[in-house]
Design a protein around this ligand. Structure first.
Ligand SMILES: [Fe+2]
Length: 283
């Protein structure tokens, strides 16, 4: 009798682990934005965060197929695409190989990339060089103008150094990294760490894409994130859509597995569809 109970517990535990780390979901969110230029109505953004060098299928072909069937106009990737051990750092590069340049990709830097830079600078150099060869635009405290039919948004990517990663940021720090926000265009911001949301909003971000918290290392139905990778309980910005003073932030649970553990937070890629309609967020 006890043998069966123990066996069932082990099987249930393994199943929970597998689902929590390998069951990739697609979350679809429609955002109604009063600042969106008309030419951007209906634009589809694939929000890909925290892949952590995970693979779905050989050479990430299954992940590429999932992305392709969503027909995104852009892929925006706010960090942790490789993992900090840099041993599996080519999984994102595999994905790029599979996608064959079909979609414009813009990325920012996460804490795992910073760890690789610190621990294995040569690996990091190669990673960044390959991204550039594959036409991925890395926004390392820089910005680009995205244009559709003559109407533009400015896309920024922030890179906070590891030394201040677990601190509460200040508006001055955001300005130190990004400079002043260009007042001529709505500002999209790739920011790996969602905990600085108030500062991003004060800086003037219109839409922020973030990750980092993974939905919580432990996530429960109805409650949400219980324990965060930064070793705090009940993280405020665990996953989903958050608003502050007209700024909207979309936090992904992340597309890959995560260490040291991940329980109850299924990996996701998020498809955002932008609409010019006035109003708040439809989720
Ligand atoms: Fe992460």
């Amino acid at each position: 009798m006890w043998v069966w109970i123990v066996a069932l517990v082990i099987i249930a535990g393994l199943l929970l682990w597998w689902i929590s780390n390998r069951w990739l979901c697609v979350s679809r969110r429609d955002l109604s934005l009063d600042w969106l230029p008309p030419a951007w109505d209906g634009v589809r953004i694939l929000h890909l965060s925290d892949l952590h060098s995970s693979r779905y299928g050989k050479h990430n072909e299954k992940l590429a197929a999932r992305i392709r069937e969503l027909h995104p106009d852009f892929i925006l990737a706010p960090g942790d695409l490789c993992d900090r051990f840099a041993k599996r750092g080519d999984a994102f590069l595999d994905l790029l190989e599979q996608l064959k340049g079909e979609f414009p990709i813009y990325a920012s830097i996460g804490n795992h990339e910073l760890r690789v830079e610190q621990n294995a600078p040569e690996n990091y150099r190669i990673f960044r060089e390959t991204l550039s060869q594959k036409s991925v635009t890395v926004l390392d405290n820089t910005s680009v103008l995205l244009e559709r039919q003559g109407q533009c948004l400015r896309l920024y990517g922030i890179n906070q150094p590891l030394s201040i990663y677990y601190q509460h940021g200040t508006l001055q720090q955001v300005e130190d990294y990004l400079g002043e926000r260009d007042p001529a265009y709505p500002a999209l911001l790739l920011a790996h760490d969602p905990r600085w949301m108030e500062q991003y909003a004060d800086w003037g971000a219109s839409l922020v894409l973030a990750g980092h918290i993974h939905g919580g290392m432990l996530r429960l139905p109805l409650i949400g994130g219980v324990y965060s990778p930064d070793k705090t309980f009940f993280p405020q910005y665990d996953a989903g859509v958050f608003t502050k003073d007209g700024c909207i932030m979309v936090v992904s649970r992340g597309a890959g597995d995560s260490r040291p553990f991940r329980i109850g937070s299924l990996p996701e890629i998020v498809l955002l569809t932008l609409h010019t309609k006035r109003g708040d967020v439809d989720v």
